[in-house]
Design a binder for this molecule. Structure first.
Ligand code: ADE
Length: 233
């Protein structure tokens, strides 16, 4: 089993690359892919660049070009649920594109014909994350993640996304990766650690906490890969 490990920004994958035994760098479609081994498991690591288009391209490449059969995403998010503070972890149960809007034609937000408002993440990987959380003694919230091509730093937009999608956190890649994995029938898992609260301080908080929160997420994700390695998939 070859596992794709993805982030959107260098900060999100650097802590992961540091843990690999060794890796080879390949350029493809204007991006870099790091093929390596972690505890005997074949992994391909990449950061996509920010946003839905780049993340969809990278997820597709990891699956179709590099032959990955499972995709794990690690990164940071803005909190919507008030239970979430900076550094806390959230696992996506399902994801939606909050900026997808053809409501003028009578469709709900986040929906286009032949698509769905939400895409559900792999239940087995969510179960595995619960085991890892228990073993590590850390709390991980399971919730809905909303994705769009906007950094949200505005209470009104945040309220709209909260009310429309019942979202617990917001970011810029999860739902597009989810659409790709769902279409290509590859189990996927999206993990985020909170860097800000998508409010007027979000830009400032993001800059301050992106690195530390990205590392919290990456460290947890690699514990999950430890477990997967033990299963000899
Ligand atoms: N990723 C981290 N914080 C975010 C925010 N406030 N909006 C969108 N994506 C984010």
């Amino acid at each position: 089993m070859k596992i794709a490990i993805m982030g959107a920004m260098p900060e999100e994958v650097e802590p992961i690359l540091k843990k690999l035994d060794s890796y080879k760098t390949t350029e493809f479609a204007k991006n870099r892919y790091y093929e390596g081994k972690y505890k005997g498991v074949d992994v391909v690591v990449a950061y996509s660049k920010i946003g839905k288009v780049f993340s969809a391209l990278t997820a597709t490449t990891l699956i179709e070009h590099f032959g990955c059969e499972m995709l794990l995403f690690s990164g940071v998010a803005g909190a919507i649920n008030e239970k979430l503070s900076i550094g806390d972890l959230i696992v996506a149960t399902k994801l939606s594109q909050h900026d997808l809007d053809i409501t003028i034609f009578g469709h709900p937000y986040g929906f286009v014909p032949e698509g769905s408002v939400y895409v559900e993440a792999d239940k087995n990987l969510i179960e595995l994350s619960k085991k890892v959380a228990k073993d590590l003694g850390v709390e991980v919230l399971e919730g809905i993640i909303a994705t769009g091509d906007q950094f949200i730093a505005d209470e009104e937009k945040k309220e709209f996304i909260k009310n429309t999608f019942k979202a617990d956190a917001i970011e810029m890649e999860g739902a597009s990766v989810a659409v790709v994995c769902d279409a290509l029938k590859v189990p996927f898992f999206i993990l985020r650690s909170i860097s800000d609260a998508a409010d007027m301080d979000a830009g400032f908080n993001f800059e301050e906490f992106v690195e530390s929160s990205a590392k919290i997420s990456a460290d947890f994700l690699m514990k999950m890969v430890d477990e997967l390695a033990g299963k000899n998939l």
